[in-house]
Write a protein that binds this ligand. Sequence first.
Ligand code: C2E
Ligand code: MG
Ligand code: MG
Length: 678
Amino acid sequence: MKGIALGTIVIDEDYTIVDFNEPVQKLIPAMAKNAKCYQALLGKDKPCSFCPVLRKEDCVVDVEQNNMESVVTIPLAGHKKQYVLTFLINAGRHEPSLNCLKFNLHASCITEPDKSEAAADYDLDQATGVYNMQAFIGRAQKLLDDNPHDSFNLIISDIKNFQLITATYGEAKAQALLRDVAQLTKECYTDGVVARYGVDQIVSLYKTPSLDTKIQISNRFNEYLQQTEIPNVIIKFGIYEDVDRGISVTHMCSKALLALNTIINDFRRIFAKYDDSTSQKQLKAQTYEAQFNDALANEEFVIWYQPKFNPYTEKIVGAEALVRWQTAKGIISPGEFLPVFESDGLIARLDSYVFQHVCAQQRKWLDDGQGLIPISVNVSRCSLFVHDIVERYKAIIDEYDLDPKYVPIEITESVALENLKIKPIADAFANQGFQLHMDDFGSGRSSLNGLNVLHFEAVKLDKSLIDFIGYKNGELVLSYTMALGKELGVQLVAEGVETASQLLFLKHNGCDIIQGFYYSKPLPVAEFEALLQAHGTANLKEELNQMLTNCAASSEPDTLYSHMPGGFFSYEAFGDEKILASNSYLWEMFGFDNEEDFMEHVHGSFKGIVSPEELDQVEESIAQQIKDHYREMDFVKYHIVRKDGTKVPVVDYGHLAHQDGKDIFYVFLYEEENQKQQ
Ligand code: C2E
Ligand code: MG
Ligand code: MG
């Protein structure tokens, strides 16, 4: 029973023990999986009133209300003595994906301590060598009482992704890391009290240091992090400064923890101080969580669309779906509610809702006879790890009978550590025909390494990179990044483009797609549709339809083909590839002055247009391009054979349209040397 490290027990909604670790086993040898926890732990025949399972929804509330400890004094099953059981509810979390509650159990003897048996040892956490929580509470209180006139701070440090580190690098290395952090903390706060808190956190209470000391401590942590065996370790700190002596030590911990929780998913921040607004924020988060189900059911989450432009043609080539929360009090932006839903796992349901709504919208546009452009959706990293996400998304795609390439998926990925975990999921998405776009590239959340390990169709250059435009070094970084992206063959999308000079720079460096306020803010669907109408998409089919309409209105329908600049023809794709219509420029390119002779020369088929030895290659190239591109377009070069047998190099721009159940190619054909003038 000496020096027990923190035990962890996972309990499901039925109070059944799903799992537990070694310290628990040591404490309660009779502990068994599948046993009811109240029986195994306490020898009781029904759940206890303090059980967090009963109140999993308000675990955080309890912390705030200083019920964090849930201390009970009871005889443990199989033990004669009385023990204090402390449920550190905050250190445990409800895990929606498992439908389980995971919490930590800390037990210590409250009968008269056995002085002869190295009592100090008993107070220590075996794994880290610093105090355990029970000892901390007493010693921290004593430190405060012994120094009534000093100001004290309480800090909780948290090793980010500790579970992932354990899974990736093994228990031993992860525990060594935790021990190092604990010992380093102890060395930094020699006059303080340091303890292990939760699974991967260290708490300490210490006299408020001078600025110099703070800088020294910060430097020591930085130095340590630079030389850890495990790469990219991040430690976050929640600080409660100048603690209020009127509250209990556990309450002080909960305040530092609240501060910590506000930055746990914010990649930009390492420190957070507790102030009164922290509780307000936490309260807001709880309100959002409480309202989530109703908001989802009432379709309060609406989707806005931010168009993406081809900067060279200034046509809309796609859009990004961005969620907004439409409440009675107004619209809430994702920056406010997403971090809350990301930290509690609700985001997975929201992401899938957004995905489904975007698919439904695409289906509607398709049914209305509009050409589709890809609308990308964001999938948060938490959603990615939801069991069977790929199958679910594919099922939605199938339900709406869409091609997955019309709903690309934007993901951000952070440290290299996660790439290994994301890879199988990313591969599974790709295998189902989805396209992946790396979001927020250059923001610090995404890494070059991600490009190496995962296959992305597009990379979205983050606004923070775009904001460098105008600064020499920043421009250098950006242009090299873009060159690298080009080398890797990914499409470059610039995000957050606001000014003409940014646009100019990006065009100059070959950026493929622009998304930003310069062209348009995210728009509600009706406004987005209006913009599409006004601005036009790069959909050649629509342009052709427009031309057809114009020509029909001009009372001379035949003029359509004759008004096309250069050679133009249409043919039914696949099968015998029958030419449907052609214009006089085309006949002339072949040396004919009438359609009949021209058709005879080419056997009325596209196959007759291409010089025979190039035909296979050309058809293969067209098929590949149609498969690879968003727009069903191709660009090929080949030779045609004129009436007199001479071969002429030509350039072919083709567009595949699906009309009235038929697949029709519309092709512009230019002689290569004339192409530039065209
Ligand atoms: P994001 O995916 O990087 O989306 C781009 C964000 O940049 C959008 O913010 C957009 O409004 C903003 N933006 C675009 N152009 C400009 C510009 O020129 N200037 C400025 N200042 N901002 C620009 P928004 O809509 O507030 O979304 C913020 C983030 O929330 C998104 O960043 C995305 O990560 C997340 N998000 C939005 N919808 C969803 C969703 O359905 N699921 C998930 N998981 N995340 C979402
Ligand atoms: Mg995005
Ligand atoms: Mg982004």
